[in-house]
Design a protein. Sequence first.
Length: 625
Amino acid sequence: MPVAGIRPGTPEQPADLVVRNAKVFTNDPRRPQATALAIRDGVIRAVGEDADIVPLVGPGTRVVDALGRRVVPGLNDAHLHVIRGGLNYVMELRWDGVRSLRRALAMLREQAERTPAGQWVRVVGGWSADQFAERRLPTLAELNAAAPDTPVFVLHLYQSALLNKAALRAAGFTRDTPDPAGGQIVRGHDGEPTGLLIAAPGALLLYSTLAKAPTLDEADKVDSTRHFLRELNRFGLTSAIDAAGGFQSFPENYGTVMELARRGELTLRIAYHLFPQTAGQELDDLKRWIDTVRPGEGDEWLRLNGAGENLTWAAADFENFTEPRPQLGAYEGEFEKAVRMLMEHGWGFRLHATYDGTIRRDLAVFEKLAAEGLFPQGNRWLFDHAETVSADSLDRIAALGGAVSVQNRLSFQGEAFVNRYGAPAAAEAPPLRAMLDRGLTVAGGTDATRVSSYNPWVALHWLVSGRAISGRRLAAEHNRLDRARALELFTLGGARLTGEQDVKGRLTVGSYADLAVLDADYFTVEEADIAHIESVLTVVGGRIVHAAAEHQGLAADLPAVSPDWSPVARFGGYQATPAPGLAGAQQADLVREAAAASDEQHAWRLARGRAVPGQNAAPQDPCFF
Ligand SMILES: [Zn+2]
């Protein structure tokens, strides 16, 4: 019987899954385009035209007709706090993608009403005031009005947190609570905390306040992570490199993803890093890990990839662009010990560094070790962020065999960056062209979930257009990437950071069967529409993990979101809006709104005896008499 236009034969090794009638971008210069792929045992077995794949179709082969859609290699977010994000996802109200503060506050109000006593409403990153039509943050009065009794915590980047009165009470802030180092609890004339917390410039105050909210029990953490990974699959993401983070301790907070890996229930491949949590004890932590685990341990689904993105706390320069660049103390002593220990034991690392000033100091330490023949010793290492890295530092990074991982933090913080450092500095932040010209490995990521959104297409749009979510063009022309290059940063780039460039990031025979069928053609849509792309079919290791539109039903359902008051159960994650270039979608939206408005008017007139029931027309309107 013909299956989607292909008659099955009796091949010796039939494919499990075939995708045909597609515009496949393979990322392979030897064969850049194809229309079909055949997959068996999680690996791509053939790439070619539909006719080439036919001999691999057997009676048990699932054949997917891509309806001429664009297929790309699965995306790889090289800097995502995916493990922590998963543990918290179903407890968070995500404002990612919301285009007006009015809508954001309506969501918050509704969520406050459906949140049980003892729980909090948390809006924890993935948005900034720049995305709202109103171009402003909510006021504390608005938060208190929206949620009079339920604690509300709203994190705005790593700049500030807004707490309503109930959250101030729940967190125990009073007039007597002292400001912690690097943070400010803003007080009113009466000396009482107002609810505004400022990272000045460290984000620890914001983090530690959020840590006072209740956490999920173990079973819900597992489900929360599964839902978060599926939400990432929705955008065609199939791999991520976890950057660890504050309050993410090893091994305690890694148990959930390890359990999912054991069960074979991960739908995203994760390479993870280990990040010392306590200032003053970093070397002890690193020593303990070196004694118990090794980079490379795990498998292609979950693997340890080294240390970082912090190695020692004193070396971390927080990127609060509304505050002056932090003045770091003398951190080199402990930092050198940490790097030396890692190198001697075959541990690569990633290192958070926002500003060139920090990068220069780090490089001086690496060069000193290199002079002793101790760096990098064949270990993979990279800088994360590097918004203001100089040409000279890039030369030094290249000389030491380092890589760079860039994120679209300026999508969300671009206005703040421009206000402090000026448009010319923003045009070079980060200097992508200078990185690529030196042949450096550059990987793309988001830095979600507490700064940027986890939607990789917002980051790809930033790489291509150079625009922030406010619409302002930040990047200089030479720092804007063509679409293929931007996609390479989000596919092969990440694969190179984990040493998987031979099996990931391209759709070639022998590669992992990780791919996405997109709802719009990334290569031809209007530039502004790139940020609105989603996947209609995401495949990881040959398994369909996300299916929408014409493929709905092909991915196994997840258990319902638990707890039932979860904001995700009501609102989902990223809030999609119509792509601006799709005039049809916009038109449909306007018509829908107009129809709703006219229904409302009709009901209003009916209630006042000015309309005939069942006849939604204007003649009864007094204006027409
Ligand atoms: Zn970082």
